[in-house]
Design a binder for this molecule. Structure first.
Ligand code: GTP
Ligand code: MG
Length: 280
């Protein structure tokens, strides 16, 4: 999270007193970090109201204001039957789902469903993760009906008594309507067999996302409903503020932070973890 973290750190560290606090510069930094105009504006106003008398207090005011806007949701796999990974292409859905499998494996038996039938090699990618994790993967050939893969995975889970079905989905389709229609078909198949409260819609967003992340998240939320956000690539040198804008503007809680390419690089979200990365 280099840009925001380092720049705010540098900016906060640069001053020695309360005089001359340049709130316009702070707002610019927040905008550069993709917090979005509304959140940046509100944050600066809040921090200003707190009248911080030292740079430490200013940093504290910014942190506590952000912290009060961040909701954490406790992810309880034992109460779930299905997790649906959602998100635009390349954000880290497949990798994050594999990490999630690893995370829940001590408490649950798992099956992975390769419902990204759109991209060539998407199923192979999930199968490789499954082999490394020792988790079965349900798949069909490329171009197959994604909802049919989910149907198979649910049937397999019922037959074998598997606790949790983790569903990987496509991030890109011919157009947005195709993607929305496919996701709605998947959720309709799931809804026939599993009550909604046992299904978790996990929207994966990544630390490199810009301001369009808010609009993208809104599309998924309106199409099928989002239960929580997983921030991937938290390790990447990136701006990272967009997830705060998504969480704030859509009122969505965060569940996980993903910070690497290994299966163990997934941590439950806490505001402190995120803010330590953003504004140490
Ligand atoms: N550094 C880092 N890289 C990650 C992380 N998560 C995923 N990646 C990498 O990001 C790239 C895309 O990840 P995928 O999991 O394939 O993303 P996706 O959303 O499934 O992509 P599509 O299936 O094409 O839509 C891969 O090279 C991953 O290794 C992370 O937390 N940190
Ligand atoms: Mg994928």
């Amino acid at each position: 999270m280099a840009i925001l973290g380092d720049r705010i750190r540098a900016w906060l560290g640069a001053g020695t007193g309360d005089d001359g606090v340049d709130y316009d510069a702070l707002e610019d930094l927040l905008l550069e970090a993709d917090f979005g105009p509304r959140l940046a504006d509100e944050l600066v106003a809040e921090v200003r109201r707190a009248r911080p008398r030292s740079w430490d207090r200013l940093r504290g005011a910014l942190r506590s204001e952000l912290s009060s806007r961040l909701l954490a949701v406790e992810f309880t796999p034992t109460e779930l039957k299905v997790v649906l990974a959602l998100g635009v292409n390349g954000v880290g859905k497949t990798t994050s789902l594999a990490k999630l499998a690893k995370y829940v494996m001590p408490t649950c038996s798992v099956v992975l469903a390769a419902a990204d039938t759109f991209r060539a090699a998407a199923a192979e990618q999930l199968v490789r993760h499954g082999e490394l994790l020792g988790v079965p993967v349900i798949r069909q050939q490329q171009g197959a009906d994604a909802a049919a893969v989910v149907f198979d995975a649910l049937s397999s889970a019922e037959r074998r008594g598997t606790d949790l079905v983790l569903v990987d989905t496509a991030g890109r389709m011919h157009n947005r309507e195709d993607l929305v229609r496919e996701l709605q078909k998947i959720t309709a198949i799931v809804a026939k067999r599993v009550p909604r409260e046992r299904v978790h819609h996990l929207l994966v967003t990544d630390a490199t996302a810009g301001q369009n992340a808010v609009e993208q998240a809104r599309i998924f939320d309106e199409a099928v409903g989002v239960d929580s956000l997983l921030l991937a690539k938290f390790d990447a040198s990136a701006r990272g503020g967009a997830v705060l804008a998504v969480a704030d503007q859509l009122g969505l809680p965060l569940s996980f932070l993903g910070s690497g390419e290994s299966h163990v690089d997934l941590q439950p979200f806490t505001p402190e973890r995120l803010l330590d990365g953003l504004i140490a």
